[in-house]
Design a protein around this ligand. Structure first.
Ligand SMILES: [Zn+2]
Ligand SMILES: [Zn+2]
Ligand SMILES: [Zn+2]
Ligand SMILES: [Zn+2]
Length: 448
């Protein structure tokens, strides 16, 4: 059972989605609603039973809250949900989320969060009574009447295809390719313009028969296309690092054959720097033969240690992957000589600004340490544009405080190497309804 399973209130979360989102089994009135929490639906009793072990804690928390407040539906907790404004509905969702977190005494999974933030209600009037008409393309939202569907159609069409993508692949899809040998990269190849082109150019040698697989899958339809789409998306972290380095090279050419990268505030992204993803680094940086890839962060899901990944090539290529479960400001004084000075500092989906107002902002010390380096490129990615802007502002403020100048090379540009799997944004209203991992890229050069 997966912690990362996405759950749409308008679909059975256990059905293999790409092959079966026919109007037939996704029509709201044909779905079986959980009668306790009233928030989740299934194609039938078997999938309800199969999902119960994963669902039961959440379901019981909702149900007990509902009973304590004597409600027929949890969304009516602050009065009839159909009478709430968008802002009030948001407050209600936040209130329900807080209640459930307290009851469960743990954070919610992605799917549980989605059931609260994107509930089965009419997208126009919030009604949850009777069968709803789901959008026949995305099955991520629904309406109480044809009239409300038509009313919302223009607004919804702006995000419908992203929402469609949202629910049609499993997040945990792992690559089915492996790479043991790295060929010399093509001479004179221009750096690719986006993630898909990078993947296509880099995998062309793997198996000629499969090259075609990678051409037309920006709009996947079948399970296997979704799997391939996910494989490409899994390369986003490494591809974004390469893209950042490529931008930096015009300012500061890489001369060494050894590359040291600090990935700061690292968390679960370590799962996407494995043998399958890392070979891209060597493929696009042919003069490099040894990479120190150092993950530093108090939230690392592994203990301190290291592993080595090596590839055969004309010259053996090695990535030393080091895990340091600590804050960046603790790591630097302890770091060994060959790990101390990075060629590149990376913060993926960083959220510098997210906690900036809190007195114990976990990032401020780390950023101060980064900015003290002389002439080192530092890149960070953000989910949405507004976040990229506020993250840069945080850097600016810390730099001014410490009188550390830096040069902005790339200021929150749309990152074409982002992970193209969309997420629904809990926070956004009308703007930024969808966000992407590594959505926007910013690059600076420290200590000029
Ligand atoms: Zn099902
Ligand atoms: Zn339930
Ligand atoms: Zn309605
Ligand atoms: Zn739709």
């Amino acid at each position: 059972m997966s912690k990362n399973r996405k759950v749409s209130a308008f679909r059975c979360c256990l059905c293999p989605n790409p092959e079966r989102p026919t109007t037939e089994n996704l029509l709201d009135f044909k779905l079986l609603r959980c009668q306790s929490c009233k928030l989740i639906s299934y194609c039938g009793p078997q999938h309800q039973k199969d999902h119960w072990p994963e669902h039961k804690d959440f379901c019981r928390a909702i149900t007990s809250a509902r009973k304590e407040w004597k409600l027929n539906h949890i969304l009516d907790i602050n009065g009839n949900v159909t009478e709430l404004s968008a802002a009030q509905l948001r407050e209600v969702k936040f209130m329900i989320q807080t209640l459930v977190i307290i009851k469960l005494n743990r954070d919610l999974t992605l799917g549980e969060r989605e059931l609260i933030w994107f509930p089965r209600i009419c997208n126009v009037c919030n009604s949850h009574e009777g069968p709803l008409i789901p959008c026949p393309n995305c099955f991520a939202i629904g309406y109480c009447s044809e009239e409300h569907r038509v009313e919302d159609i223009v607004e919804h069409l702006r995000v419908c295809s992203e929402l469609h993508l949202c629910y049609n692949f499993a997040l945990e899809s792992l690559p089915d390719d492996d790479v043991k040998h790295i060929p010399s990269s093509m001479v004179d190849a221009n750096f690719p313009k986006d993630l898909f082109e990078m993947h296509r150019l880099s995998t062309a040698f793997l198996n000629k028969d499969r090259t075609d697989d990678f051409l037309g899958i920006r709009q996947p339809n079948t399970s296997s296309e979704y799997q391939k789409f996910a494989n490409v998306c899994n390369l986003s972290n490494v591809a974004t690092v390469l893209h950042g380095l490529n931008i930096v090279q015009d300012y500061k050419p890489l001369v060494s054959s050894i590359l040291t990268i600090h990935i700061v505030g690292a968390n679960t992204e370590i799962a996407l720097f494995t043998r399958y993803e890392c070979w891209l680094l060597f493929y696009w940086l042919p003069t490099i033969f040894y990479i120190n890839l150092i993950f530093i962060g108090p939230e690392l899901p592994v203990e301190n240690g290291f592993t080595e990944i090596s590839y055969a090539s004309t010259r053996k290529k090695v990535v030393k992957v080091v895990y340091k479960k600590m804050k960046y400001e603790e790591f630097i004084p302890l770091a060994s000589e060959n790990q101390k000075t990075p060629d590149l500092i990376v913060c993926l989906n960083c959220g510098f600004a997210e906690h900036a107002s809190e007195s114990n902002n976990s990032w401020s010390e780390a950023i101060a340490v980064m900015l003290r380096f002389k002439d080192i490129p530092m890149m960070f990615t953000s989910y949405v544009k507004t976040e990229a802007t506020s993250n840069m502002k945080v850097l600016r403020e810390i730099a001014d405080g410490g009188k550390n100048e830096f040069e902005i090379i790339c200021d929150g540009d749309l990152n074409l190497f982002r992970d193209h799997r969309p997420f629904r944004n809990f926070i956004g209203y009308k703007t930024d309804v969808i966000y992407y991992y590594n959505g926007y890229l910013s690059v600076i050069l420290t200590g000029k």
